[in-house]
Design a protein around this ligand. Structure first.
Ligand code: IMP
Length: 196
């Protein structure tokens, strides 16, 4: 059994990753390895941020691990908040304040296309791998639903009428940016297991 740490403090992300690893991998979280540090994510691309978090954990705890970084890219805002999605509304940012700021900036805009992109950085036996997943959609005019986390209440994926915050976890996972990136990592891990 190969242990693989998901380098995140976000319980929602952990839940989304559960059940996705092949049987010969065991998913651990930061509590399991005694990591209480705030992971660094000060770069200006999703790739570098994901790598930064995974490298921190891999170097300090000598383990196989992966980390993700996600951005919401809104066309009418020239791709903002993008890599700054977590801190969009300033140093005291939380999801509620971020959504308020986003809805404020989008007020009166008819072009509401956006996408979520997740980049996963995996460090396995000292080698680094990247996996990316995206989902297209639109920004709503007001909050819809109370499930999920982050910007979920104001994002409706293409082809659906419900926001991510109105969907079950399974349904979101099936079509979401993170679900797709995790799926690619899962495929890679399965193929790699078969080759051994
Ligand atoms: P990070 O990847 O944890 O840095 O997330 C960046 C920002 O995007 C944070 O504000 C998160 O709450 C938000 N975010 C990350 N993943 C999702 C998601 O699946 N749905 C909605 N918001 C998300």
């Amino acid at each position: 059994m190969t242990e693989l740490v998901f380098a995140t403090n976000n319980r929602n992300k952990l839940k989304e990753a559960e059940g996705i690893l092949p049987d010969n991998f065991l998913l651990l979280n930061l509590d399991d390895i005694g990591c209480t540090a705030e992971l660094p994510e000060t770069a200006d691309t999703l790739e570098e941020n994901a790598l930064m978090k995974a490298r921190y954990v891999s170097e300090h705890f000598a383990c196989n691990c992966f980390s993700d970084d996600t951005g919401l890219l809104v066309d009418a805002l020239d791709g903002r908040p993008g890599v700054f999605s977590a801190r969009y509304s300033g140093p005291e940012a939380d999801s509620d304040k971020n959504i308020d700021k986003l809805l404020g900036e989008m007020e009166g805009k008819t072009m509401r296309k956006a996408r979520f992109t997740t980049v996963i950085a995996l460090i396995l036996d000292g080698e680094e791998y990247l996996f990316e997943g995206s989902v297209e959609g639109t920004i709503t005019e007001k909050r819809m639903g109370a499930k999920g986390f982050g910007y979920d209440p104001v994002f409706v994926p293409e082809g659906y009428s419900e926001s991510f915050a109105q969907m079950s976890a399974e349904e979101k996972n099936r079509i979401s940016h993170r679900g797709r990136a995790l799926g690619k990592m899962q495929e890679f891990l399965m193929e790699r297991s078969l080759r051994r």
